[in-house]
Design a protein around this ligand. Structure first.
Ligand code: PLP
Length: 400
């Protein structure tokens, strides 16, 4: 069947393609070391599971408001106000089936044909896909590697702004690089946003996945609450990726638009899952803390083992559950010119699945360095050790 004319513009999250490949191999009995997907192999905390069960037994199984249940909207506004120095109320929250739908609904609500949108490169591939699909123009801005890790170059970003630029997608605590801006960087970015009258999608999927310091948000700065939409998700912090629960938090007129899209799309988010989300926010936090502790142990071990791989260079971000090692010298020494050749050869030799820079949007013409992304959210310490030893042996030239 011929799909609509606009379909070729729709991209995908190619990490899911790697996941399908992994599943096929696992079904054929192959050992699999899953470093490719941002899914979490840890259990959702028990109190959250029980709250969902209780809600189901209490009959919270029908439709509910397209905005989400009031208790969850209020609790989320309160929680974000505490961590973000904002003044939201429940009216600023539209509950969503996951964080991802916020991306599409933000652009469907605000973007007109040929509007330009600043999108991080490398970055979560869905931004580029959705903007192009709905007739906008993605304009990529780079995250560059420096001695301390990856970061933004605001001067460079500003040069990419034209009279047609209306939107910025900002993913602080960034997938895939782990980059984050400090208070000074955020303040400078907020000034740039005001100078150019931009509207911002603040993707904060990893806001609470951090191992040291404190997460900062663009929305905390003067003038930002009126022009930012925060993407909130329960997926990562509470190991709830498959529950599909998130929210759009921002100016009320935009939230009303998004809630109208909800009616036209999924009607409402799953009601008993929202009660589970309420428990996640207001109940004991030991489960969430344990998840972050486990992830930190994995990060440390991964980083240590990657550091022992010849020619590989890897920073250690304090947030997200990704590492983004530089493999330029590795690929050069091993004679790989193309990412997919390297990824597939590594996979065949080691059964280690990872993503490469190519899974994170269109590369900029100026990019010279090569990177892969390893996620440690779906693999325990034993798998990390064996997988990365195999990867080391492959890269060092020993048979895995
Ligand atoms: C940067 C970023 N934003 C949004 C999402 C969406 O997460 P979810 O839809 O599971 O809440 C992800 C998931 O991996 C992500 O990495």
């Amino acid at each position: 069947m011929k799909l609509a004319d606009r379909f070729p513009k729709l991209g995908t999250e190619t990490a899911f393609a790697v996941a399908a490949e992994t599943q096929r191999h696992a079904q054929q009995g192959a050992r699999v070391f899953p470093f490719h997907l941002g899914d979490i192999d840890l259990k959702t905390p028990q109190n959250i599971i029980e709250a969902a069960y209780r809600a189901m037994k209490d009959g919270k199984t029908g439709y509910c408001s397209n905005y989400g249940i009031t208790e969850l909207r209020d609790a989320l506004a309160e929680q974000i106000n505490r961590s973000h120095r904002t003044s939201y109320s429940g009216a600023n929250v539209a509950v969503q089936p996951g964080g991802k739908p916020v991306i599409q609904k933000f652009f469907l609500s605000l973007m007109n044909h040929a509007d330009e949108v600043l999108i991080p490169a490398p970055g979560y591939p869905i931004y580029e896909s959705i903007v192009a699909f709905h007739g906008g123009k993605p304009v990529l801005y780079p995250y560059r590697e420096g001695p301390e890790g990856f970061g933004l170059d605001l001067e460079d970003l500003e040069k990419r702004i034209t009279p047609a630029t209306r939107f910025l997608v900002f993913n602080n605590l960034q997938n895939p690089t782990g980059a984050e801006e400090d208070e000074r960087g955020l303040a400078a970015l907020s000034e740039l946003v005001l100078r150019h009258n931009l509207l911002v999608l603040c993707d904060e999927a990893y806001f609470d996945i951090r191992y040291a310091g404190q997460s900062g948000s663009l929305v905390s700065f003067p003038g930002m609450e009126e022009r930012c939409l925060v993407l909130y998700t329960f997926s990562k912090k509470y190991a709830m990726t498959g529950w599909r629960l998130g929210a759009a938090v921002g100016p009320q007129d935009l939230v009303d638009g998004i809630a109208k899209l909800n009616v036209n799309d999924e009607s409402c988010s799953n009601q008993f899952v929202q009660y589970a989300g309420l428990e996640a926010l207001t109940g004991p936090q030991d489960g969430a803390r344990a998840i972050v502790r486990t992830l930190q142990q994995r990060r440390d071990r991964c980083h240590e083992l990657l550091g022992a791989i010849p020619d590989m260079r890897c920073h250690r971000p304090d947030a997200t559950f990704y590492l983004f090692p530089n493999v330029t010298a590795v690929m050069q020494r091993m004679g790989f010119g193309h990412y997919e050749d390297f990824r597939k050869a590594a996979l065949e030799a080691t059964e280690v699945y990872f993503c490469t820079r190519l899974h994170f949007g269109t590369p900029l013409a100026e990019e010279r360095e090569r990177y892969i992304r390893l996620s440690y959210s779906g693999i325990g310490i034993d798998g990390i050790e064996e997988g990365l030893h195999r990867l080391r042996d492959f890269i060092a030239g020993k048979k895995a």
